[in-house]
Design a protein around this ligand. Structure first.
Ligand code: SAH
Length: 257
């Protein structure tokens, strides 16, 4: 298989983790977008329980904590990410309200109807959009919210190169109307849907990736897998710039019915 066709799933997890540890966020997004998504949510108090699933190193977790009341649990599969999150929570004086734990999104440690809000930026694809919506719903109180960002097709048709890339990486990518229909079907009221602006990819993701890449390649000089993984990151950016009118990320905010 050529380097260009390799997906992230074929690389050593420790290597992936090491690369992304150098970044504040591990997917497209921005503080402005996190705050905008939060503006559609009206049920939070100091007593609220919030889960940030697939939180990574917690870039958006800190923004949430600075703009919403309540206790936030960030959960991620990678212990290194959680270590960074807890360190940053301490550094920002948020340690009493923000706690990072290692866990898996397909086996969440929350009680039934315990949560007021489930947050998940650029991570639900790991379990699958529909499965995540369905399985996570039981942890939410009735009237509780879910806010997730997910990759979407913007058109019904698209060039084969980008179609094949996504079908290989994440076949569940879908058009926004179909995704909203899935939210409705899973037992939520779709409250808001908006497309992430381009700067979430360019400024907040690719530019930061380029900087992280330098640190990463210095550390792993001569390591073939590391070099391959790093060039794959560049390929994703080339594809985005070429095909951004056909796909992007969408934020979906919905309320449990
Ligand atoms: N929400 C962060 C990170 C998005 S990247 C941000 O927007 O910056 C996706 C995250 O999902 C990664 O941190 C990855 O470690 C995590 N992840 C992957 N599979 C997971 C699983 N099964 N359970 C929990 N987290 C998972």
């Amino acid at each position: 298989m050529s380097n260009e066709n390799k997906t992230i799933h074929e690389f050593d997890l420790q290597l992936i983790c090491d690369f992304f540890s150098n970044m504040e966020r591990q997917g497209p997004g921005s503080p402005e977008v996190t705050v905008k998504a939060l503006s559609f949510i009206d049920n939070l108090t100091d007593k609220s329980l919030i889960a940030d699933i697939g939180c990574g190193t917690g870039g958006q977790t800190m923004v949430l904590a600075q703009h919403a009341p309540g206790q936030i649990t960030g959960l991620d599969l990678f212990p290194d990410f959680i270590r960074i999150l807890n360190h940053n929570a301490g550094r920002l004086g948020l340690q009493d309200r923000v706690r990072g734990i290692v866990g898996s999104m397909d086996d969440l440690p929350f009680g039934q109807e315990e949560l007021d809000l489930i947050w998940s930026e650029g991570a639900i694809y790991n379990i699958g959009f529909e499965r995540g919506l369905n399985e996570w719903r039981k942890f939410l109180k009735t009237g509780g919210y879910i806010a997730v960002s997910e990759s979407s097709w913007f058109t019904d048709e698209r060039p084969a190169e980008i179609h094949d890339f996504w079908v290989d990486a994440y076949p569940e990518i879908d058009t926004i109307p179909n995704q909203v229909a899935k939210i409705h079907k899973a037992g939520y009221l779709p409250v808001a849907t908006f497309v992430l602006p381009e700067n979430c990819w360019t400024e907040h993701y690719f530019a930061k990736k380029t900087a992280a890449q330098e640190v990463f390649l210095n550390k792993h000089a001569g390591n073939k897998a590391a070099e391959e993984f790093s060039s794959l990151q560049f390929h994703e950016e080339v594809l985005y710039r070429k095909y951004k009118e056909f796909y992007g990320y969408t934020f979906f905010i919905a309320k449990k019915r």
